[in-house]
Design a protein. Structure first.
Length: 182
């Protein structure tokens, strides 16, 4: 593994633990045992490093979904995804992506391109999982869009401290997705 890859993994671990908001190079470099100049040397800029971290977090999120065993139905696939969203590793990856979006970083280049690439990879992982769990190929894009949008919304709503309502919402989503799957 190259030094750049080692730094990227370490920076991603740091961001997943501490968040992306307020990230500056000097404290990050100190936490990684390097200098901000070395981070710039390896990544070119803070923007490039943040883009790489968001992409790496997406890779980790996709790997988590890819590792999920097929569910016996599309309905149960949705509830399994929701449970996976709540696990610390995937939760941190999703939160990192949300933080990048919330701070407006992905509204301009290079973040727009990284976000689009991350979205495409993430959507493909969801489609693959849903097909493995019984979603018809002809409807999976529509189903994945609905599941992704709704679960991200529920993920963001976790801060409201209403887990029972969120679980009911996920159950309603799962039922609707099963009906859409036919």
């Amino acid at each position: 593994m190259s030094r750049q890859e080692e730094l990227l993994d370490a920076a991603t671990d740091h961001v997943l633990e501490h968040g992306l908001i307020g990230l500056t190079l000097r404290p990050l470099a100190a936490a990684l045992g390097t200098s901000d100049r070395m981070l710039v040397y390896h990544f070119g800029s803070r923007d490039a490093l943040v883009s790489a971290v968001v992409a790496r977090a997406t890779e980790r999120a996709v790997a988590t979904v890819a590792a999920l065993p097929a569910a016996p139905s599309v309905r149960s696939a949705v509830t399994r995804l929701w449970r996976a969203y709540q696990q610390p590793a995937l939760n941190a990856c999703l939160t990192t992506y949300c933080q990048a979006a919330a701070t407006g970083l992905i509204g301009q280049e290079p973040y727009r391109s990284v976000a689009r690439a991350s979205n495409a990879v993430w959507a493909e992982a969801l489609r693959d999982y849903l097909v493995r769990s019984g979603a018809p190929v002809r409807r999976v894009a529509r189903i994945a869009t609905l599941v992704d949008s709704a679960l991200y919304g529920f993920h963001l709503d976790l801060t409201t401290d209403r887990p029972d309502e969120l679980d009911r919402g996920v159950e309603d989503l799962a039922s609707a997705v099963q009906a859409l799957a036919g």
